[in-house]
Design a protein around this ligand. Sequence first.
Ligand SMILES: NC(=O)c1ccc[n+]([C@@H]2O[C@H](COP(=O)([O-])OP(=O)(O)OC[C@H]3O[C@@H](n4cnc5c(N)ncnc54)[C@H](OP(=O)(O)O)[C@@H]3O)[C@@H](O)[C@H]2O)c1
Length: 305
Amino acid sequence: MKFKIVVIGAGKIAYSLSSSLINANQSVISVISRNAKSAEALAKKFGIEHFTYDLKNIPGKANLFLLTVPDNEISKTANQLSKLKLNFKDSVFIHFSGAENISILHSLKSKGGRTASIHLMQTFPSKKIVKLSGVYSAIETDDDELFQLLKKFCENLGFVPFRIRSQLKPYYHLAGVFASNFMAGTMFIAKKFLEMNDIPPEYFFDLLTATVYSTLDNIKKIGPSKALSGPVDRGDLQTIKKHIEAIRKLKPAGKFDSILILRNYLAQSLNLIDVVQEKQTKLKESQIAIRKYLVQELKKIQKSI
Ligand SMILES: NC(=O)c1ccc[n+]([C@@H]2O[C@H](COP(=O)([O-])OP(=O)(O)OC[C@H]3O[C@@H](n4cnc5c(N)ncnc54)[C@H](OP(=O)(O)O)[C@@H]3O)[C@@H](O)[C@H]2O)c1
């Protein structure tokens, strides 16, 4: 099936996706975005002739609609598309959300359209183009034939496609949130702790990432549990108590919300008890004592809120 592609939503992911499509000689015939200037900018960047802000102007030959609008606009965009005069039976509609499943495209499916979602496990913090070769792409569809078609389509773009089930998709998305989003949040806190030590700001990135990269390298080689080190792994309750005492002393009006940091510290450390359990099979007495202490502290702050 030769696709005539329309990109709807000229935002962050659309730039990288369009770059991959054009590089793979796919036929992108139009860009549509709420703001005409955004549509024009994306179209001009990749030499796409047609752009518009109005879905009604979609070229009639379009048969693959890539909905790269934000999650909270997917349903509305699908509804608007479903009211147009399109050849639904021969058209494929895809959204790119990891959190939403294909039921959000039901208005298009009820018109006979073929629906799917493709989630790229990559981060697009800006419109700067991210190379997508080798990116893992989760395809969700209840149409086996369409899955095969999209698998080839993704492979042609250099992605690594695989299928996911609609009901389990939130857990797949949570994996990305924990691995990527929460890491950014954790580094945000780490940077503030460095700032308290009068360490030159130009050291921050290298200082933090040196250890992060070696941890990532170990995770890749031996798995997350075996890659763990630090006080929970060592069974070092004394250090954990010192950390908690230091967090409690943080001024609420300063850079930190000490209660939030404390809850975060306690929850993350308790999670590490599970990690250690997998690493060693059985917890040491010192680690059992740490778990007891962490649970007590967590209960204390829950009462105080
Ligand atoms: N960013 C990531 O890291 C990432 C990663 C994986 C998956 N995704 C998924 O990719 C999708 C797009 O995310 P994004 O980060 O690229 O979003 P984004 O940067 O906010 O871009 C979406 C663009 O769509 C346009 N738009 C908004 N409402 C519209 C509407 N009703 N009709 C037409 N155009 C509309 C807006 O452009 P104008 O207002 O300027 O026209 C907006 O800039 C989401 O489903 C998201 O979950 C994102």
